[in-house]
Design a protein around this ligand. Sequence first.
Ligand SMILES: [Zn+2]
Ligand SMILES: [Zn+2]
Length: 338
Amino acid sequence: MVFHGPGDLRQEELPVPEPAPGELVVRIDAALTCGTDVKTLRRGHPVMIPKIPTVFGHELAGTVTAVGAGVGRFRAGDRVVAANSAPCGECRPCLAGRPNLCEDLLFVNGAYGEFIALPPRLVAKNVVPLAASLPAARAAFAEPLACALGGIERARVESGQTVVVFGHGPLGCLLGMVAAARKARVLLVGKAGWRLERVRSLGIGECLDATRTDRIVEEVRGVTGGRGAEVAIDATGRPEIWEQAIDATGRGGSVVFFGGCAPGATVRLDTRRAHYEELTLLGAFHHTPELIRRAVELMESGVLVPDGLITHRMRLEAVREALELMAKGNALKVLIET
Ligand SMILES: [Zn+2]
Ligand SMILES: [Zn+2]
């Protein structure tokens, strides 16, 4: 599937790539749809899609079919997860241990296809071999799960804390699952409908219905003894929800801004609370090679099993319909199989 610009995703026949030196060619066994792809299809993406046309999709697991000269770590037949980016390792943020903020992050797309060529930097830094026991459909969650791990890590979520997650899309769910795996109490705020029911049935946490009240912040405070949550996370990317996340955080608590808002959006901040209550306000963006590895480990060890978030399975030819389902809020994750 080739992205030619906003609203223009085409199915095209391309030659199976040959690996250049340092590259791997991978047959894609499973790909997952992602809200980012929906957004990108609608309006393009300045960072993930620097030039068009380009192959499309970024959450995948597959099997190595060809190995470029100089690659020692992999051979044909290896099952792998490839992250969708690789940091340079040399810029200031990279050297400071924050490679997700790399000034020259290399993005890779092409999950919605039969084969993908992985560039040398990605092969060197962000391709992870998979245990035989880890099915491809589950392994493909490595990328979004790594983002969720990063968000939870930013707030240093600990056992016994209350974490409220605003947003019940796939990432809200993954954030809740990671927080629950750390033995935190998880509150998930979503909108009534089949998705919230699905999330409720997955048992990730206590679900609060934001459509039933215009006082969701009071509701969060109500179920936390009036104190508010130790950690509040926005996974909606809407500025008014960022504000609710701040308001739902208790004294000394942390707010994680996980969902990216439209360019130029601003939020209101009560300076009294920020100062006297020592609120910690944290951005969370993307993932690192370390987080991708940990995501794979958590799934291999069975600590995290995100399969329940897959609501549909479709063929590669149906990617546009799959993204359409996502756009309408009628799917959590669609598994794309060739
Ligand atoms: Zn994604
Ligand atoms: Zn860098």
